[in-house]
Design a protein around this ligand. Structure first.
Ligand code: GLY
Length: 332
């Protein structure tokens, strides 16, 4: 759903260095999947960055990056989404642009190969912000989005996640150890100084049919406003919805914090106040970036931008990792 681009938040004269960050889900990542997760977010970030470097918009870049993760079976979105109680897959996605604060979201979607593209269509082509399953499918079909049968979305990895969940449900209370809620997402700043976010997920592991993920909800799974910051969140969706995690991060930036400070403070608040763990990535209009998670792992990658007090990074490199300590840097 779109508004006119006519306010002071449209920085169309402002040329700046592009920035993109990608997250592949906050949880405990099994050792066998650490490398696949790290390379997956690296490659998705490169995909999105190419769009920005060629003068493309931040919204095109975040959709491109998230689409790459939806197509990658090692992430819980699109191909590889978790299986619900009925043995099916329901997916959720959100995109938001910071120049107009327009958004498109879809929830409990089946068969659409790339739910992030459906969210983009809802933003661009419908009069609505958020559509549920049947309405999303209708818009997707009107615009010829690719569809797939159920078997496409279910992978060996998602079957294994379901089995792990069922085996450990009675003994393991800590959500991130059961890999229950993971999500993918991206945030970007483009050459014109505009911000955007995109988030996509299959939801928490083995959800009830019809359970709605925070990843489709503006202010929870993502938020973008040129006047503050673009954010994509991941983790315990029920907790994220209770604190409006993405909007909380943006509010702290509006009050003067750096994206990194705001991201840390908000995730710590979520943990202390409602007992929820998760992660988030953020970027503001000056290219300041934030990455933080309260789970054991979160796969993440970035090209461009600056962390608070950072001195060594050069923006012709992609930086990526699955935790806070083993961060790899490769020239692009
Ligand atoms: N944050 C993903 C979910 O809980 O659905």
């Amino acid at each position: 759903m779109t508004n006119n681009v006519n306010d002071s938040s449209n920085n169309s004269d402002f040329i700046c260095e592009p920035v993109i960050l990608v997250q592949g889900g906050a949880r405990t990542i099994a050792k066998a999947f650490l490398e696949k997760s790290a390379l997956g977010v690296r490659d998705a970030t490169l995909d999105g960055y190419r769009v920005l470097k060629n003068g493309g918009s931040c919204i095109d870049a975040v959709v491109k990056a998230v689409q790459a993760l939806e197509d990658n079976p090692y992430f819980n979105a699109g191909h590889g989404s978790v299986i619900n109680e009925a043995g099916e897959v329901e997916m959720h996605a959100l995109v938001m642009r910071g120049d107009t604060c327009d958004m498109g979201g879809c929830l409990c979607v089946k068969h659409v190969k790339n739910p992030v593209k459906a969210a983009r269509l809802i933003l661009d082509e419908s009069d609505y912000c958020l559509l549920s399953a049947e309405a999303t499918l209708q818009v997707a079909r009107q615009h010829g989005l690719e569809e797939r049968p159920l078997e496409y979305f279910i992978t060996d990895v998602s079957r294994q996640k379901k089995k792990n969940y069922e085996d450990s449900r009675s003994i393991q209370k800590d959500f991130d150890k059961r890999g229950e809620h993971d999500t993918v997402g991206a945030v970007a700043l483009d050459c014109l100084g505009n911000l955007a976010c995109a988030t996509s997920t299959g939801g928490r592991n083995v959800p009830m049919v019809g359970r709605v993920s925070d990843s489709s909800i503006c202010g929870s799974g993502g938020f973008a406003d040129n006047n503050s910051v673009a954010v994509s969140t991941t983790g315990d969706g029920e907790a994220i919805m209770k604190v409006n995690l993405a909007r909380m991060i943006s509010m702290y930036v509006e009050q003067g914090m750096s994206p990194q400070q705001a991201t840390i403070k908000s995730l710590n608040h979520m943990k202390a106040r409602v007992g929820g763990k998760g992660g988030a990535i953020s970027v503001d209009g000056s290219g300041r970036v934030g990455v933080h998670f309260t789970t054991q792992n979160m796969s993440w990658a970035r090209i461009g931008g600056k962390f608070q007090n950072e001195t060594t990074y050069s923006n012709d490199c992609v930086q990526f990792g699955t935790d806070c300590t083993n961060i790899r840097t490769e020239k692009i």
